[in-house]
Design a protein around this ligand. Structure first.
Ligand code: PLP
Length: 398
């Protein structure tokens, strides 16, 4: 099979599969961002992932033909370097994690009762994250955020929640908006005055403030240090709780997450599937006296087993130095070619850039506002190829 990253690729298989899925799932997808609405075109349907690469479903046709004819065939499949490794965490593909999963599966996929793996993973996360003294694992990042907010309300006996515009806590926000609009207050990220005002105007009513400590869902917004410092102080003075939604930043920004990186300790913190290298899981944790009131459940043995292996891997020396290095190379490289091209970006231009990059075999998150991720599987070669592709695409788009 001749793999070719750039040319001779037909989207026919993906198109067929996506057309079918439109009848089966709302919008044809199980997560709205996957529908490519903001970048146009149609999603590529993926067959398999390994390391920093993924293959579209043309691979199925190729395998079938090889099987039937016992011959190598001329079809070319799309190989993509991915830079949105959130839910398709490249870590998942480390053979050691896969081997552990296979072993665990033999014992059954769910026990509905405590399993030892839960203790092991809990110990690992607690020892990694300074603010977490006790942890509760659930099935998704959304559930983790909902659990943390319910807990904050139960613990403080107050109802109102502050959130920031542009911080996505996924489906949680729809839930808050629909059911509890009057109890949800919003402010702009990095706006200290707004937070002071909200606490003044709603004295004794605010249970918690939830935020992404570095915003990954509306472009990438870095917090001003005095912003995090001040909100930490105000929240404490008002007997409310600070919740860091670290579904994106936990174990990615640094081993201890954004809280370690910025040196600010939240009362509760949420984590997503990053802890288990790609299986559906979430978790929230924090101070023991708060966590004792937690009331959600999960602890799927498969997710726990993958989590334990993933935790071992990321604990190895050099993990975060390497992530920093490849991320730095990627960001600097793209900034440089961007500058040389003289483009300034808007949504329409990003959509052209995005589709151009796909044609070149590079898969970013399909929204201008969603942060990308590098993983331990990304090589310097992957980064060079991505930057070279970006240069070509920027030259092509008008
Ligand atoms: N919080 C943040 C910051 C997220 O980026 C996401 C999902 O991308 C979520 C929460 C929800 O996580 P999940 O998709 O596992 O429900």
């Amino acid at each position: 099979v001749h793999h070719n990253t750039n040319t001779d690729f037909s989207l026919r298989n993906s198109l067929q599969a996506f057309t079918l899925s439109m009848d089966l799932m709302p919008g044809g997808v199980n997560s709205p961002v996957r529908a490519f609405k903001s970048v146009g075109g149609q999603p590529i349907v993926i067959d398999s992932v390994k390391g920093s690469r993924m293959w579209d479903i043309t691979l199925i046709t190729i395998r079938k033909m090889i099987c039937e004819t016992n011959e190598l065939c001329r079809f070319k499949t799309k190989i993509l370097i991915m830079h949105c490794a959130m839910e398709i965490m490249a870590w998942l593909l480390f053979s050691v994690v896969l081997a552990t999963l296979a072993e665990t599966m033999k014992k059954g996929t769910s026990v509905g009762a405590p399993c030892l793996l839960e203790n092991t993973l809990a110990e690992m996360v607690i020892s990694a994250v300074p603010s977490i003294e006790m942890i509760r694992s659930v099935n998704s990042g959304t559930e983790a955020c909902m659990g943390a907010l319910r807990l904050a309300r139960a613990f403080t006996g107050k109802q109102k929640i502050i959130k920031f515009e542009g911080c996505s806590h996924a489906m949680l926000i729809l839930f808050l908006l629909r059911q509890l609009t009057s109890n949800t207050l919003t402010a702009l990220f990095n706006d200290i005055l707004a937070i002071e005002k909200l606490f003044e105007n709603h004295k004794g009513e605010i249970a918690a403030l939830i935020l992404e400590p570095a915003v990954g869902n509306s472009g990438f917004i870095v917090p001003k240090l005095e912003f995090l410092d001040t909100i930490r102080k105000i929240i404490k003075e008002n007997n409310a709780l600070l919740i860091f939604d670290e579904v994106m930043t936990g174990f990615q920004l640094s081993y201890g997450g954004a809280q370690e990186y910025f040196g600010i300790v939240p009362d509760l913190k949420t984590l997503g599937n990053i802890i288990v290298s790609g299986l559906p899981v979430g978790a929230y944790g924090g101070r023991r006296n708060i966590m004792k009131m937690a009331d959600t459940l999960s602890g799927n043995p498969l997710a726990m087993a993958a989590g334990i292996e993933a935790q071992k891997l990321i604990k190895e020396a050099g993990t975060y130095e390497y992530l920093d290095e490849v991320t730095g190379e990627l960001v600097q490289g793209i900034l440089q070619v961007g500058k040389r091209s003289g483009h300034s970006f808007d949504l329409a231009k990003f959509a052209s850039f995005y589709r151009g990059m796909l044609e070149q075999g590079v898969y970013f998150a399909s929204s201008q506002f969603e942060a990308g991720f590098t993983s331990l599987a990304h090589t310097t070669e992957d980064i060079k190829m991505t930057i070279a592709a970006a240069e070509r695409v920027l030259r092509q788009i008008g």
